[in-house]
Design a protein around this ligand. Structure first.
Ligand SMILES: Cc1ncc(COP(=O)(O)O)c(C=O)c1O
Length: 394
């Protein structure tokens, strides 16, 4: 399979958007089309465009009513925006350990971390695999918690036939450059709730009173009156630019093709590890379709290091191997609670080794292979190099 990442469609839409001169009546046309198409393609009622996939999480938390001192349960093994957004909302990230086989936040571990202060859970579809959503939604219902899916890495992944972005109360996607679909930067939140959709729109649109689920901006008519009052609540300016929306629309229209290519590359690379008992790939449960934002495996071979494996792979022509993110709570910003004043809301919480033993064990073992090949012949070549590297170390 060979495709173009950026095709004539993206170029055409971007140019059309620019030709609109960002005039008020044009400015948001593409974002509006993008939101409609994205909602249709993911099978949700609403999709709201954002500047990126961190602003999405911050806004979703605030739309859910999360605020000062509330606890939000998050996984430690993920890109740290998941937890930074909790701090942005003046809330406290509480880390629940991951499952050793799927590397995903574990439902029983979530339940252990629930207190009377818990308001929400952010679950991450890490590397393109959705967590055990039935169990997580049941826990959330029992304790009256809001579930936000962080699907930045999971376009068109499924859990029991349900697409990423359709099970949690709100779901966040990212169009950052490494993602399945990209407009350089950008984000989207999906929801089936009228109430959350309006809150998402209002909080990401400066708290303007005259906006609605479908209307993201104040119109010229609204402000032809000196007595006009704009802000009914506090909000941020997290709106997506129209030219970004134009590129993201083209990518969304091509969603199936872009994801299929990446999923195929993922399977090709994962197959190269078959039969090797010291490289253990992320386990995909039978009820899930993995979207393969990356292929990730644990290396459990005591006689070689992570660095030895990477060096040999690259020597043989491999593209490189990424390490897993440092566990969020072990980052200096967390260890030292360097939270721009928000440490006042986190008194009594410590971020240190020992919080999530499974994640601490597996994080240094993880080898992450890229899947963003737009010609799967390149993934075949990388898979062959991976086979040779495995054979070298025996
Ligand atoms: C799991 C996860 N959450 C959140 C984000 C943040 O998205 P963005 O970079 O668009 O802010 C990313 C990626 O960058 C991510 O991988």
């Amino acid at each position: 399979m060979k495709i173009e990442r950026i095709s004539d469609l993206e170029r055409q839409y971007a140019l059309e958007s620019l030709n609109g001169q960002f005039e008020t009546h044009n400015n948001y046309k593409f974002v509006t089309r993008l939101e409609k198409t994205f909602a249709e393609k993911t099978g949700t009622r609403y999709a709201v465009g954002f500047v990126n996939g961190t602003a999405t999480l911050h806004t979703a938390l605030e739309a859910a009513g999360v605020g000062v001192g509330d606890e939000v349960i998050v996984p430690p093994l993920t890109m740290s925006s998941t937890s930074l957004a909790v701090l942005q909302a003046n809330a406290v990230p509480v880390f629940a350990d991951v499952d050793e086989k799927t590397f995903l936040i574990s439902a029983p571990e979530i339940e252990k971390k629930i207190t009377e202060k818990t308001k929400a859970i952010i679950v991450v579809s890490l590397y393109g695999l959705m967590p055990d959503m039935d169990a997580i939604m049941a826990i959330a219902q029992k304790h009256n918690l809001v579930v936000i899916e962080d699907d930045a890495q999971c376009f068109l992944g499924t859990y029991k036939g349900q697409k990423a972005g359709t099970i949690g109360h709100m779901s966040s996607f990212s169009f950052q450059a490494s993602k399945h679909l990209t407009s350089g930067e950008g984000g989207m939140v999906t929801t089936n709730s009228d109430e959350y959709a309006l809150q998402l729109r209002r909080i990401s649109g400066l708290g303007y009173g005259s906006i609605s689920i479908q209307k993201a901006r104040i119109t010229k008519d609204d402000i032809q009156d000196p007595a006009y009052e704009r802000h009914v609540a506090l909000g941020w300016n997290y709106r997506m630019s129209d030219v970004v929306g134009a590129v993201a629309l083209a990518q969304t229209e091509r969603m199936e093709e872009l994801c299929a290519c990446r999923m195929e590359a993922g399977k090709i690379l994962e197959q190269a590890m078959a039969g090797c008992d010291w490289l253990i790939p992320q386990q995909t449960p039978a009820e899930c379709v993995h979207a393969y934002w990356a292929v990730v495996a644990r290396m459990v071979k005591p006689d070689i290091t992570w660095y030895d494996f990477r060096r040999k792979f690259m020597e043989l022509g491999g593209d490189g191997i990424y390490a897993a993110w440092q566990l969020t709570y072990l980052e200096p910003a967390f260890r030292n609670k360097s939270f721009l004043g928000r440490e006042q809301f986190c008194q009594g919480y410590t971020y240190e080794k020992g919080l999530c033993p499974v994640a601490e064990k597996i994080q240094p073992q993880l080898l992450q292979f890229k899947t963003n090949y737009f010609d799967t012949a390149e993934a075949e070549q990388q898979a062959e190099i991976l086979r040779k590297t495995i054979a070298y170390f025996g």
